[in-house]
Design a protein around this ligand. Structure first.
Ligand code: PLP
Length: 403
């Protein structure tokens, strides 16, 4: 249902029309966004908003990045879609980039994060069946985890409200407590074919996995002959100020899923894996009409080259650090915890965050929630120190107004 706001952007014909026509899966307010520039979004009345949500951690280069735009314009004029019946240069170029900067040597492209999860599960099941036989099919996921909304991915997504209305789901999925090494060890058994975990949980509230937890998963997977899947759809690709979220933990997965920022706002996902796993799947056993098309992969090559630049990542770390210090210095009694890394920060309150998010929007700052009590700060990775300070000052003003 539309919320009521006192901003100049209330209620609009567009919002009312959309609400009357679309399947009601999104609880949206009346804000209608019309264009964007850098870290700024503009509504239909020309009012501007500092974008601290980046379309849910997608717009890493901000809106309308000139280099990204030039790539997209050039590629759109050259070739947009041919299907996966044929090769294209941008697809091969993107795969080469992903492989040469990761543990992986094979890539399967998808159109979204949830499809990357599906690809990871199908690769894992296919590999386990080929190598160990059908009983080895179970998938272990964790409390608080989010891996998508399609039937397979939602089966491994923790929140009961997302899963239960759609039962029966994918059989053979188990859950264990996140960051509990003993529970994980006990839950990974001979029938486990894969374990899926976010190195930093996003929807679950910006909760990092401990290095000890990730190491335990790796060891237990190796002991039981299971594959380890890292879901870096939200926390990967520069968001933490390093290319991969798992970098520096000493643990490598067998499969890693990516999506959100990879093509700068165009729909894309990927499941990266090794020759060992990829060898189990044959032509025709998985596929997609659109995935890895030349337009999105050309855009993604430009995004990837920008993000992996050490100077770019250093700026994410610096701005993220200053933003985090600013949040810690807020000294507001309603803030119970500040956590996260890089430009992936969570501000936990002692109360639901929806009213704060609505107040921030009125003052020109777009924020998103991660669960009921956590504000998720995931701005474009090109955010400057000045823009971080501007967002912080709006957030501070909104926090002061809480009862
Ligand atoms: N995995 C994680 C960690 C996510 O945060 C999300 C989306 O928020 C997904 C998977 C699903 O991605 P998509 O919404 O592109 O299907």
């Amino acid at each position: 249902m539309p919320q009521s706001h006192s901003t100049p952007s209330v209620p609009s014909g567009t919002a009312a029309l959309a609400d009357s026509l679309l399947v009601p899966t999104y609880a949206r307010g009346p804000l209608v966004l019309e264009h964007g520039q850098g870290v700024w979004l503009f509504d239909e009345h020309g009012r501007r908003y500092l974008d601290f949500g980046a379309g849910i951690a997608v717009m890493a280069l901000g809106h309308g990045d000139p280099e990204w735009l030039a790539t997209v314009r050039e590629q759109a004029g050259r070739l947009v879609h041919v299907s996966n019946l044929y090769h294209t240069q941008p697809q091969a170029d993107l795969a080469a980039r992903l492989v040469s900067h990761s543990f992986a040597n094979r890539v399967f492209f998808t159109n979204s994060g949830t499809e990357a999860t599906e690809a990871a599960f199908k690769l894992a099941r296919r590999w386990a069946r080929a190598v160990h036989g059908p009983p080895k099919h179970r998938i272990l996921a964790f409390s608080g985890g989010f891996h998508g909304r399609t039937m397979g991915a939602v089966s491994a997504t923790w929140k009961p409200a997302y899963r239960e209305p759609f039962e029966p789901l994918l059989p053979g999925v188990d859950f264990a407590a996140f960051n509990d090494v003993d529970a994980a060890r006990a839950a990974i058994g001979p029938e486990t074919c894969a374990v899926i975990v976010e190195p930093v949980q996003g929807e679950g509230g910006i909760l990092p996995a401990t290095p000890a937890f990730l190491r335990t998963l790796r060891e237990a997977c190796d002991q039981q002959g299971a594959l380890l899947i890292f879901d870096e759809v939200q926390c990967g690709l520069g968001r933490l100020g390093r290319l991969w979220a798992h970098e520096g933990t000493g643990v490598h997965p067998d499969i890693m899923t990516l999506a959100k920022p990879l093509a700068g706002g165009l729909p894309i996902g990927a499941a990266l894996t090794t020759d060992r796993v990829a060898a189990a799947i044959s032509p025709g056993e998985h596929g997609s009409t659109f995935a890895g098309g030349p337009l999105v992969t050309a855009a993604a090559c430009t995004v990837f080259d920008r993000i992996r630049d050490p100077g770019f990542l250093a700026q994410v770390r610096e701005v993220g650090q200053r933003l985090q210090e600013g949040l810690l210095a807020l000294d507001n009694p309603h803030v119970t915890e500040v956590r996260g890394e890089g430009l992936f920060l969570g501000l936990e309150l002692d109360q639901p965050v929806r009213p704060l998010i609505a107040a921030a929007q009125e003052k020109g700052l777009l924020l998103i929630a991660a669960g009921e009590r956590v504000v998720r700060l995931c701005p474009p990775l090109v955010l400057t120190l000045e823009q971080a300070a501007e967002g912080l000052s709006i957030l501070a003003a909104c926090l002061r107004e809480l009862d």
